[in-house]
Design a protein around this ligand. Structure first.
Ligand code: GAL
Length: 668
């Protein structure tokens, strides 16, 4: 278990460094991420490197027993680079340049940025590949974080090459993008531009490909650096820090190229439910590489600087969220950053060592957590405990949030998280995977908004149901192909048979959605027959049952009396189609219904909703996220406390308390 932070020693006089190392030891720090924003210090001019200071700080850390996660420093090019090569600066869709003065001002596809970054990484890797302090490599930093999409001329040229590679000849692109529409037919790849600002709606195929291209350009930068590090003979694991469900980068495709997944997560203390969003993020990153523990590479000890209002974390909340991450697979708990900055845009951002010093709540909580984590035994990897999966798919995210849909402005992650929260409230362990990774390990799979269905997705879901699995999907399922075109033959062309349903129309609802009948009217009409009573949101699709039973119907509105939820049973399996996105209450009711049908058990039964329970092999994690207002809870659970080594029969959880219990039967 590693404990530590980003360390930015160049922001401090060298006399402070020995004190840093001493304090790190006091706090239980075992590893720091070093040099993330050090390009200007390491390379003051092109062709000139200054490693003397970095040598000294790495040696100091090493002598102090602190391991180094060495950054490649390419995340923020120095001023000389943008002055000499302005063509490396990125641009927005209007052609406005993102100028220097902040960070991340580089176009990922810029040949000159890549050359300069490559020279820097080559020099750093040559110098430190064999250094005993270096235990991990931290490539760049949060690729794409501020600059989601780049529309520069470098991107234009790279996009043309990327398209030529993908399509081979221009006619294949014309077919994929449907360019006979609006006179968009291309004669050559050199006629294609990025989807820059245009008079009206852009070609959806072009926009979807631009998302793929953007993710690929960022990934190419990562791969270039990774290969240079390996070429220098480095054998340590290589990572780059993810940001959970981050739209510009398709991490599902990136994950195989990382030795270890690391993730940055900043839940908002102003939001009492943000712990569920954090749990979602942990489960997503664990699901990328279930057989390897991941690292929480950045979180805040206390307040941030970048939200409109930056509330402090409540006492104990930082450790509770750290325990949550460990319970959901993390083997590293790290922060941004070690020592709070004196200057710069992040000087109000909390750190392990606050500007106000060590007589602070933050410091006491930081040292207490460090001491606890140091007592942990080697934890099981876990990663394969979930019997429920939610389908999460970047290409669907990109496609469904594009313009010109029945329901514009739809928020893909918000819909997926509505389903996740309902499972989390029931203490059910969940993986988040693309449809093609669904297999019979799962008893229940929920596929919200799976509009873009590839053949392998349809095959995996069909065989899952055939093998006795329980599938719940819809609305807006199986609508388009990989190029975002309708398939011939209507909708649900691949999965309609499994659901026993035909989809005729989408029936967008006007927000805000409101109930169109009173409870009295519903009771009079349906008596006790209704299993779900909720307001549909976003869509109320017109579906026709061809070979399924109706489990719930729309009441009121234009679909009054029509099927809302259907089920087709085949052997042990079920395929349910839901023609709307129910509100929070309705999603909970549907989840309860399908969990019961699939026979899925909670990690721990009978817990209140603010108590989190997570399973990691033989490790059970319990966390009370309820805050000071919530009643303490006693949970009967037998095993060994992983920190104290004592036998426990019950756990008492006050506000933000947490416990790690290793089950006796499975051993440690
Ligand atoms: C992250 C970034 C860090 C720091 C932090 C502040 O996005 O990687 O360098 O800026 O946010 O919360």
């Amino acid at each position: 278990m590693h404990y530590g932070a980003d360390y930015n020693p160049e922001q401090w006089p060298e006399e402070i460094w020995p004190d840093d190392v001493a304090r790190m030891r006091e706090a239980g720090v075992t590893m720091v991420s070093l040099g993330i924003f050090s390009w200007a210090r390491i390379q003051p001019r092109e062709g000139e490197f200054d490693f003397a200071w970095l040598d000294r700080v790495i040696d100091l850390l090493h002598e102090g027993g602190i391991a180094v996660d060495l950054a490649t420093a390419t995340a923020s090019p120095p001023p000389w680079a943008s002055a000499a090569y302005p063509e490396l600066l990125p641009q927005d869709e209007n052609g406005s340049v993102y100028w220097p003065g902040s960070r991340q001002q580089f176009a990922p596809s810029s040949p000159v940025y890549r050359r300069l970054a490559g020279e820097l990484v080559t020099a750093i890797a040559a110098r430190y590949a064999q250094h005993p302090a270096v235990v991990m490599w931290h490539v760049n930093n949060e690729y794409g974080c501020h600059l989601n999409m780049d529309y520069s001329d470098a991107a234009r040229d790279a996009f043309r090459r990327w398209l030529a590679d993908r399509y081979g000849d221009i006619d294949a692109l014309n077919v994929a993008w449907g360019t006979n529409f609006w006179a968009q037919r291309y004669q050559a790849f050199d006629e294609v531009f990025p989807p820059r600002k245009a008079p009206y709606s852009l070609n959806p195929g072009q926009v979807l490909d631009y998302h793929r291209f953007t993710s690929d350009m960022l990934l190419e930068c990562y791969l270039m650096e990774r290969d240079l590090i390996r070429a220098a003979g480095a054998t340590q694991p290589i990572t780059t820090n993810f940001m959970g469900a981050f739209k510009p980068a398709n991490y599902e495709q990136w994950a195989p190229h990382l030795d270890l997944i690391s993730d940055d997560c900043y839940p908002d203390p102003n939001d009492p439910e943000s712990f569920r969003a954090a749990a979602f993020q942990r489960d997503l990153v664990r699901s990328f590489k279930p057989d390897v523990p991941w690292y929480l590479m950045e979180q805040a000890t206390n307040a941030l600087n970048w939200r409109p209002s930056n509330a402090p974390k409540a006492p104990g909340q930082m450790a509770a969220l750290s325990a949550q991450a460990i319970g959901r697979g993390a083997d590293g708990i790290l922060f941004f950053q070690w020592r709070q900055s004196r200057a710069g845009a992040e000087k109000f951002h909390s750190a392990m060592l606050p500007h106000a010093g060590t007589d602070t709540r933050t410091w006491r909580e930081v040292t207490a957590l460090g001491a606890d984590l140091a007592k942990l035994p080697q934890l099981p990897v876990g990663g394969r405990d979930a019997r429920v999966a939610i389908v999460f798919d970047w290409e669907n995210w990109w496609a469904v949030e594009a313009s010109d849909h029945p329901m514009n402005g739809l928020d893909y992650v918000a819909v997926v998280q509505r389903w996740y929260r309902a499972l989390h409230r029931r203490h059910v362990q969940v993986d988040l995977v693309p449809a093609a990774r669904v297999d019979d390990r799962y008893a229940l799979v929920i596929a919200p908004l799976l509009g873009l269905v590839r053949e392998e997705d349809a095959a995996a879901l069909t065989s899952f149901v055939g093998g006795g699995g329980h599938l719940l999907a819809g609305p807006y399922t199986d609508v388009v192909d990989e190029a975002d075109r309708f398939r011939v033959g209507g909708f649900l062309t691949q999965l309609g048979e499994a659901f026993g349903v035909r989809l005729e129309d989408f029936g967008a609802l006007v927000a805000p959605d409101a109930p169109s009948s009173t409870p009295g009217e519903r009771e009079a009409r349906f008596g006790g027959a209704a299993i779900i009573e909720s307001v549909g949101t976003l869509l109320a699709e017109e579906i026709h049952v061809t070979d399924a039973a109706v489990e719930a119907s729309f009441i009121g509105g234009r679909r009054d009396g029509d099927p809302a939820l259907t089920v087709r049973r085949t052997g042990d399996g079920t395929a349910r189609y839901l023609a709307t996105v129910p509100d929070e209450r309705g999603v909970q009711a549907v989840v309860d219904h399908v969990l019961a049908d699939a026979g899925v058990e909670p990690v721990v039964a009978g817990l209140p909703e603010h108590i989190e329970a997570a399973r990691r092999g033989s490790l059970l994690t319990l966390v009370n996220h309820g805050g000071a207002a919530a009643e303490p809870v006693e949970v009967p659970v037998t095993g060994t406390d992983a920190i104290t080594g004592e036998t426990v029969e019950r756990v008492r959880l006050g506000a933000y308390d947490w416990a790690f219990v290793l089950s006796a039967d499975e051993g440690r």
